[in-house]
Design a protein around this ligand. Structure first.
Ligand SMILES: [Zn+2]
Length: 337
């Protein structure tokens, strides 16, 4: 199972040593950015530990432990994720009751806890009591995103295993593996904008933001789009943008990446022809249409829109103003939101 995982060489080396030597700690904390594969690695580790006929780190796939794990019904695998914003205290209390019994299958019980950084103090203290005196034959795999700090008391009871984002080509491979309909350039673009987090990339790919981004990028790059046609297309784009929900922030992030690329292309003296990356080619077309001053105005307009949305300004108005500034060939409009 580890062999199927892309990247994460250091954590996997460590976990392989643990699996092969069977010198398990009782609690590990996998930490790192969202969407980079921490849970995937934790599940592969659990699969290995719950197989009763394992060769090295690879589960056999046939024993009762493997079959139960694959069907999601292994009695010694507890998967606890937040309901709502965080894992509730009641869930930790019921975990404590479950741990009063020895593992059912006589091996180790694996408890996978997701988003441990979101634990509130009361639930965190309850978990801490369990981690301070863990019943034997239980392994806690805690997963924490680096979006918020983990309670220090919990940290002190776990062995830390830090995870880093994937390299862009690795993330591209993961994205293509899950979403084979994408072409490689699209997958690479997703890998870049999510900074090596294929989980986040796949969530974006499933939504409408990516298609709309494609239309926006073409409108920005097309020098023939001027006058009334430009205004008409701009208003249509603005309406579709305003209809996006949480994905609107993703779309603004994509736009910033594109504009940053457009500001930077050519600085390393490479020419448009030398770049094979589709996203960079698009950036070149945009750079050829707009001068640096206009591009920097457009970047400011996107950053201003991000702030306006965070301040709960009217979405429709923010999108109208942003798009008109993006398509504008003149000095920036006075801000009206
Ligand atoms: Zn097995």
């Amino acid at each position: 199972m580890f062999s199927a995982i892309v990247g994460h060489e250091r954590p996997l080396r460590l976990l392989t040593r643990i699996l092969k030597g069977d010198r398990l700690g009782h609690a590990y904390l996998f930490s790192g950015p969202d969407g980079i594969g921490k849970a995937t690695v934790a599940l592969a580790l659990a699969a290995g530990l719950l197989c009763t006929d394992r060769k090295g780190t690879t589960p056999c796939g046939r024993c009762p432990g493997c079959l139960q794990f694959a069907s999601g019904n292994h009695p010694d695998f507890l998967h606890i994720a937040p309901e709502g914003a965080s894992i509730k205290i009641d869930r930790i209390r019921s975990l404590k009751r479950q741990l009063a019994f020895s593992p059912f299958c006589g091996g180790v019980r694996v408890i996978l806890l997701e988003e441990v950084q979101s634990l509130r103090r009361e639930a965190g203290n309850s978990l801490l009591k369990i981690l301070e005196e863990p019943p034997p034959d239980n392994l806690f795999l805690c997963i924490a995103s680096d979006s918020a700090p983990v309670l220090p008391t919990i940290l002190s009871r776990c062995q830390m295993i830090p995870f880093a984002p994937l390299a862009h080509d690795q993330a591209t491979d993961v994205i293509l593996g899950q979403s084979p309909d994408l072409d490689r350039d699209q997958a690479l673009q997703l890998a870049r904008i999510t900074e090596g987090a294929p989980g986040r990339a796949l969530a974006i790919e499933a939504g409408d933001a990516l298609a709309l981004f494609g239309r926006l990028a073409s409108a920005l790059a097309d020098p023939r789009l001027r006058g009334p046609a430009a205004v008409e297309e701009a208003l249509a784009l603005a309406a579709d943008m305003a209809a996006l929900k949480e994905e609107l922030t993703v779309l603004l992030g994509l736009l910033k990446t594109l504009l940053k690329d457009a500001l930077l292309v050519g600085l390393d003296r490479r020419t448009a022809d030398a770049d094979t990356d589709l996203a960079i080619k698009e950036a070149w077309r945009i750079r050829e249409r707009w001068n640096l001053s206009r591009l920097s105005d457009k970047m400011n307009a996107v950053e201003y829109a991000e702030k306006a949305l965070a301040g709960n300004c009217n979405r429709g108005l923010v999108c109208d103003v942003l798009i008109l500034q993006l398509m504008s060939e003149t000095e920036p409009l006075e801000s009206v939101v």
